[in-house]
Design a protein around this ligand. Structure first.
Ligand code: VGL
Ligand code: ZN
Length: 206
């Protein structure tokens, strides 16, 4: 298994790294904060190479259908404009990050960043062919976003060190990773983008 060096046509996709999904948040993913360090390494490398960074976020109205008070199953979370919906200050998103909000309508939930958004079109407009993906939660929004990305014809590399699962049942995160691989995603199990710190091994000719 190879560590993919980002190349032209790649984009980094950061999935739902928001305060409410971090420890202490309304819908916390266990150890969710551990994705921030490796994602910051990846962001720095994409920035250095002039490659685009996209970030999805759950962005619900207060009357969202997934909330218990509105007949859903979940505590209120990621209400648009609140601190819980914000990206953590420690996540070093670049100034030109493309933010994709999902689940913005009261009656629609979206576990995939492609659902009800322009993400697919924006990626195609940016000539992106492959996504390197990390974030939260492996077994919900990462899973659904990745299977949609593959369905839309994008290549996907899973930054498995930069994602964490909700694990409502033990092992849900590993099962989700297996499912994404079965659908065609490639895992990168080594510390993501460790090569970022190494000089380029060889000059490149074209
Ligand atoms: C998510 C539950 C509800 C997620 C979003 O980002 O995985 N999970 N909304
Ligand atoms: Zn949600």
């Amino acid at each position: 298994m190879d560590i993919p060096s980002p190349r032209p046509g790649d984009a980094l996709l950061v999935v739902d790294v928001q305060n409410d999904f971090l420890p202490g948040g309304r819908l916390a993913v266990p150890s969710g904060d551990q994705v921030i360090g490796p994602l910051n390494v990846a962001i720095a490398q994409f920035l250095a190479q002039g490659l685009p960074v996209f970030a999805t976020r759950d962005w619900h109205p207060p009357e969202h259908c997934s909330f218990k008070a509105n007949g859903g199953l979940l505590p209120p979370h990621c209400v648009a404009g609140t601190r819980g919906a914000a990206f953590p200050a420690t996540l070093a998103l670049p100034p030109d990050v493309v933010i994709v909000s999902k689940g913005t309508l009261p009656g629609n939930d979206a576990y995939s960043g492609f659902e009800g958004t322009r993400l697919g079109d924006m990626l195609r407009e940016a000539r992106v062919t492959r996504l390197l993906v990390g974030g939260l939660a492996t077994d919900f929004c990462v899973l659904n976003t990745v299977t949609d990305a593959l369905q839309e014809g994008f290549g996907v590399v899973l930054l498995t060190g930069a994602m964490r699962g909700m694990n409502l049942q033990a092992g849900d995160d590993e099962a989700a990773i297996d499912t994404m691989i079965e659908h065609g995603a490639l895992p990168c199990s080594l510390p993501p983008l460790a090569k970022a710190r190494l000089p380029r091994a060889q000059p490149r000719y074209r």
